[in-house]
Write a new protein. Sequence first.
Length: 115
Amino acid sequence: VRLVESGGGLVQPGGSLRLACAASGFTFSSYVMSWYRQAPGKERALVASITSDGGSTNYADSVKGRFTISRDNAKNTVYLQMNNLKPEDTAVYFCKARWSNRLYWGQGTQVTVSS
């Protein structure tokens, strides 16, 4: 099982980034996928999640209207489009796959928002 995040980097406030999480080794289309983030000194927190068929999404209040989660089950990939980024969005971003009692995490990708 592998979850590999990509797309992180350094961006100025107000900028955009698109994260991707490529999955392999399990039936991706059966899993709820989520993005979490962890800032220095803080606990890991849910950013957004999407159901297995992509029909329903959920967002943390802090990112509503700025971030969009989506998935492509044909490509076994989940995305996080992040717009109007703010310094407080700086964190390591992780993707998570969950189905029944099975839970997998990626290794994370760093997002830094700074001028």
